[in-house]
Ligand binder design. Structure first.
Ligand code: IMP
Ligand code: MG
Length: 172
């Protein structure tokens, strides 16, 4: 059966917001360079569109996390793909995420990266489901705050499907 997907954030709306985020990053890191640490796979589309609009020098690195839900839904996070410490040490790192949901993934990744002594560390997420936090966590740059609904598109998937939709939508 074909899913019906309602558009929540159109491509135009998303791209306008990404331009604003890029301008903010340009201003905040003026005279520096930034390393965008993209979390695979969901954040790839967002990271690329953001990188294209930043005008200061940009380096791109990629990591992949795997999360496992325990029986009492105490999720633990492990790294499927990591980067060496020297790619983090001394760099102005911005972790790029698709969505902050419970906050578990990013709190683990942030702690892990902080141990590698970046010059600075911030988190930029396209979406923030702020009301869904299990672990307290705040993004430094957030594209859109959305409600407690499962979204797909612009990198976000359900069972690996719909990442390539050019908009963010809700499966009806
Ligand atoms: P959390 O903040 O640790 O709960 O996990 C965030 C991760 O859960 C994201 O990187 C996504 O991979 C996934 N996720 C959370 N909400 C959604 C959604 O609405 N659609 C697709 N993936 C989601
Ligand atoms: Mg993800």
């Amino acid at each position: 059966m074909k899913d019906t997907i309602d558009v929540l954030l159109s491509e135009d709306v998303i791209n306008t917001r990404i331009r604003e985020l890029a301008a903010q990053i340009d201003a905040d890191y003026a005279g520096e360079s930034v390393t965008l640490l993209c979390t695979l796979k969901g954040a790839v589309f967002f990271a690329c569109e953001l990188a294209k609009r930043i005008t200061i020098p940009v380096f791109m690195e990629f990591i992949q996390t795997a999360s496992y839900e325990g029986t009492q839904s105490t999720g633990t996070v492990s790294m499927k793909l990591d980067i060496p410490e020297e790619d983090v040490a001394g760099k102005h790192l911005i972790i790029i995420e698709d969505v902050i949901d419970t906050g578990r993934t990013l709190s683990v990744v942030k702690e892990m990266m902080l141990k590698r002594n970046p010059a600075s560390l911030k988190v930029c997420s396209l979406l923030d489901k702020h009301e869904c936090r299990v672990v307290p966590f705040e993004g430094d740059y957030v594209g859109f705050t959305i409600g407690n609904e499962f979204v797909v598109g612009y990198g976000l998937d359900v069972d690996q499907k719909y990442r390539n939709l050019p908009y963010v939508g809700v499966i009806r």
